[in-house]
Design a protein around this ligand. Structure first.
Ligand code: UDP
Length: 238
């Protein structure tokens, strides 16, 4: 199929909370199916798609350590939460006929494949969607950093961060109606002003690898495909 896009391989990063719909916790299958539709429409353009999904809808390391749990243990629990989300997304994608592989940064061979870079690249070449799970495999990191790391390793052209809002604002656009959206912002400005694009280590890694971060709204139906075709509103962090 001809692609009306210059992108050949991309990373889509979404938070775990994107999967919970209007619930306060866990997984909301209709919401997951809708996100799978977004991925499907981009995959149909012939674009190779990698995904990283957070775990915040189930468990965050910081939350566990605030409750007295050892931080590293809590972080491993957070990483395991991302595996559950990845399996839920795989199931939704395969229900649409999209071949999908879950690849984990922590070995659990009965559940999913371990991360082997060349194998992962081969999956993409065969047009399988890859969901990278268990973050970086290390405590004290986030899935934003995992997404940036894997996007760099897979030579993705950009990382697309799907959020509730259509870009990066100077202040929270949900609380402040006069918040101003950036069309484009530099990594350094995003870091200095703490604009909430991603956490600092993820932004720094993207900057060092010259990987653009595109922040867009995942709530807009057809939004992901639109952004890849240069339509709609978004912020480009470069
Ligand atoms: N996590 C980790 N190392 C990683 C990625 C994630 O320890 O490389 C843990 C960490 O505890 C984090 C949790 O997994 O709080 C869930 O990931 P994240 O907070 O990034 O999820 P999101 O906010 O995107 O839903």
């Amino acid at each position: 199929a001809r692609t009306p896009t210059s992108y050949e391989r991309v990373m889509l990063k979404i938070s775990g909370e994107a999967l919970m719909g209007d619930q306060g916790y866990g997984l909301h299958p209709p919401t997951i199916a809708r996100i799978a539709d977004e991925v499907d429409s981009v995959h149909r353009m012939g674009v190779e798609v990698c995904m990283v999904i957070g775990g915040g809808n189930i468990f965050r390391g910081l939350q566990g350590s605030a409750q007295g749990m050892e931080r590293t243990t809590a972080d491993y629990m957070g990483m395991l939460a991302t595996v559950m989300n990845a399996l839920a997304m795989q199931s939704a994608l395969e229900a649409k006929g999209i071949h999908t592989r879950v690849i984990t940064a922590i070995r659990m061979d009965e559940v999913a494949e371990p991360y082997i870079r060349r194998r992962a690249v081969r999956h993409l070449e065969k047009k399988r969607v890859i969901i990278f799970a268990a973050g970086t495999g290390n405590p004290y990191f986030t899935t934003d950093t995992a997404a940036t790391l894997r996007a760099s390793e897979m030579n993705c052209q950009a990382i697309f961060k799907g959020t509730k809002v259509d870009g990066v604002y100077d202040k929270d656009p949900i609380r402040y109606p006069d918040a101003k959206r950036y069309d484009e912002v530099s990594y350094d400005e995003a870091l200095q002003k703490n604009l909430g694009v991603m956490d600092a280590s993820a932004i720094a890694l993207a900057r060092d690898n010259k990987l653009p971060i595109i922040v867009f709204s995942l709530d807009e139906p057809g939004g992901f495909r639109g952004i890849l075709s240069g339509q709609g509103t978004y912020t480009r962090v470069t």
